[in-house]
Design a protein around this ligand. Structure first.
Ligand code: AG3
Length: 278
């Protein structure tokens, strides 16, 4: 018997992932969480029936969302991560030995607990002594904190449900206020192929707040359209120009200095669709 998990990407477009077994399901305070072992994507975590991570392609997303901003900032010491409860982004941040403190703010402790139990490839960052873990709505945290950060990373869900507030102009204004003078932020910003209007709206909201705004894009088989993007807002450093290289001992699988340069290339149609002129 073949059993499939189906994510409705859009009306008229879905992804079916054949399941080997259901590892864990729970209803957290905020969402339905499920972890499956799948035939092609390895272990997979879903929230409210939306695929968040799969073992097979998570490194593309996590390496890029972390190393693109961290390696373009001249010397990041204090890092803020909002969301990212599965731990994949945190795992990549903790590779940087020069970072002194990592504040991670996630609304849903249930996701972190599930990752600690069922996602062994993702969760080592939770045991890093530099981590200050805060369970709170990220939008509330950024509007109240007096702390300042060199790099801020937003590893959110889609802009629906608990993640929606992390895509507003007010939120981006708070991020700008929390950044040190050569600070940079990097957010996951959805599918350029099948959510183009959403990407465009987010891009322009960020560009209205930050002096430098750049989008980069990667393949992501498990996300809508198989094509995903991230947007960096910077107060100084050019997100396209890494100032340092990753250590060989990190054994990265996707990110490299060459990849860093290439992921910022957008095709002419996408640039037009997003209203990006340069
Ligand atoms: N966060 C972005 C997931 C968005 C996926 N959207 C979808 N499948 N419709 C992923 C969290 C990774 N740490």
């Amino acid at each position: 018997m073949k059993v499939y998990f189906v994510e409705d990407w859009l009306d008229g477009l879905y992804l079916g992932v054949q399941i080997e077994s259901v590892v864990y399901t729970t209803r957290t305070k905020f969402q339905e969480l499920a972890i499956f072992d799948t035939v092609e994507f390895g272990r997979m975590l879903t929230l409210d029936n939306v695929i968040q991570v799969t073992e097979v392609d998570e490194y593309i997303y996590h390496e890029c969302i972390a190393h693109v901003p961290l390696l373009t900032h001249p010397d990041p010491k204090r890092v803020l991560l909002i969301g990212g409860g599965d731990g994949g982004t945190l795992r990549e941040i903790t590779r940087h030995q020069n970072i002194e403190s990592i504040t991670m703010v996630d609304i849903d402790e249930g996701v972190i607990e599930a990752s600690k139990k069922y996602l062994p490839g993702f969760n080592q960052g939770f045991y890093d002594p530099r981590l200050n873990l805060v369970i709170q709505d990220g939008s509330v945290f950024v509007s109240e904190t007096e702390e300042r950060f060199d790099v801020i990373i937003i590893d959110s869900t889609d802009p629906e449900g608990p993640g929606e507030v992390l895509f507003t102009t007010e939120f981006y204004q708070s991020l700008r206020r929390l950044l040190t003078p050569s600070g940079i932020m990097c957010a996951q910003t959805e599918s350029p192929l099948v959510m183009t209007q959403t990407v465009k709206d987010i891009y322009h909201r960020i560009a209205d707040v930050f002096p430098i705004t750049k989008i980069f894009n990667v393949p992501m088989a498990c996300y809508p359209g198989g094509w995903w993007c991230f947007t960096c807002g910077s107060l100084g450093p050019d997100p396209e120009k890494p100032l340092r290289e990753p250590e060989e001992s990190w054994n990265l699988k996707f990110y490299s200095p060459e990849v860093h340069e290439k992921v910022f290339i957008l095709g002419p149609k996408l640039k037009r669709d997003l209203g990006i002129r340069e």
